[in-house]
Design a protein around this ligand. Structure first.
Ligand SMILES: O=C(O)CCC(=O)C(=O)O
Ligand SMILES: [Fe+2]
Length: 341
């Protein structure tokens, strides 16, 4: 996959061009590191741990906090693959945890076509603006890595081969019908837990719920009554629903993987994951990379530095992988500096 390995070099670039994705590839990551990180991620999710940069629970950007997280996603084999697609001047601007609980359903088919504006939860705050010369082609590439082995029954990633060549339309609809929605009440079964999660915006990932109980007299209402109230509020939230995409018309590639392997794909490729019917959590992490001259969070210096995921990104930094000067927004740190703490 590295520059010296001629044929594999071509494979990654060609596969992305032809199929929209390439994998599974070997990251050369240590299984122990993966298992250790998976364990700490599970704990953090269970406790709804507050993200130090964002001041609330979030599954985003733990690579800026946890060096194991950063190392796994920026190992030499991962970066070699990314350079084969983006060249040698790029930055990592986002990461995310994808924790799929036992029994959790599929994550629906979606494309992330370029702006990463939070449309999946009904927002429109563009996170990326590419340099003008790059606007006709994709300007983001994603690496997804499981931290546990993902067998076919654990909700592996799925890709529709070649679907990156067409942008499928979306419409906004009730959150519960959208591609990313996970019913929070499979996990939340007590009044205390419900109140805590609603008030700390940690009930549904990225959804701002802290105001739901303003003017509600919590003591007077039962769990069931509060649940109904929350469900009614959630019905008012909107999110993106993919249209015109029919699985049967595409070649679907389901990708079981071993811990520490990775798949690289363009955000334009239609993807999702199937249900986790196993008794084990499926834990994946992803990293998103863009060219060094892409503006990341163009509104970061405005009065409202809130992104499409309802996060205050004032303290966010992009990570310049090869150590170039940032060509866009000045809010970056080099990989070497970040590793040095
Ligand atoms: O982990 C999953 O199930 C989905 C991941 C995904 O959609 C992404 O990495 O863009
Ligand atoms: Fe996705």
């Amino acid at each position: 996959m590295s520059a010296q390995l001629g044929s594999e070099e071509l494979d990654v670039g060609e596969a992305l061009e032809r199929d929209g994705f390439c994998g599974p590839l070997d990251a050369g990551a240590s299984r122990e590191k993966c298992t250790e990180l998976a364990r700490s991620i599970c704990e953090g999710i269970e406790n709804r741990e507050m993200h130090p940069l964002y001041g609330r629970f979030s599954v985003r950007d733990w690579h800026l906090i946890n060096s194991d997280f950063l190392e796994l996603l920026t190992g030499p084999k991962v970066l070699d693959a990314v350079s084969l697609v983006l060249g040698d001047r790029y930055k990592m601007w986002r990461s995310k945890i994808f924790h799929k609980s036992p029994g959790e359903g599929p994550l629906g088919w979606h494309q992330e076509w370029g702006a990463f504006n939070g449309e999946e939860i009904g927002n429109d705050r563009p996170a990326l603006i590419p340099a003008p010369a790059r606007r006709d082609s994709a300007w983001n590439v994603t690496v997804w890595m499981p931290l546990t082995d993902v067998t076919p029954d654990m909700g592996p990633m799925r890709f529709a081969r070649g679907s990156h060549k067409r942008r499928f339309p979306i419409r906004m609809g009730p959150l519960a019908e959208t591609e990313f929605y996970v019913d929070p009440f499979t996990e939340v079964t007590s009044k205390d837990a419900l109140i805590r999660r609603v008030k700390t915006d940690s009930l549904c990932i990225d959804i701002h719920t802290a105001h739901y109980f303003d003017d509600v007299s919590l003591d007077a209402l039962s769990f069931e009554e509060l649940r109904e109230l929350v469900e009614a509020k959630l019905r008012e939230e909107q999110g993106a629903i993919t249209l015109d995409f029919h699985e049967s018309e595409h070649e679907i590639v389901s990708m079981p993987m071993s811990a520490g392997q990775f798949v690289i794909f363009t955000e334009r490729c239609m993807h999702g994951s199937s249900a986790n019917t196993s008794a084990f959590p499926r834990i994946g992490i992803n990293a998103r990379f863009t060219f060094d001259d892409t503006q990341v969070y163009p509104f970061r210096h405005s009065k409202v530095p809130i992104d499409g995921s309802n996060l205050d990104i004032s303290l966010h930094r992009t990570v310049l992988i090869p150590g170039w000067e940032d060509a866009s927004d000045g809010a970056s740190i080099t990989l070497a500096d970040l590793k040095a703490g």
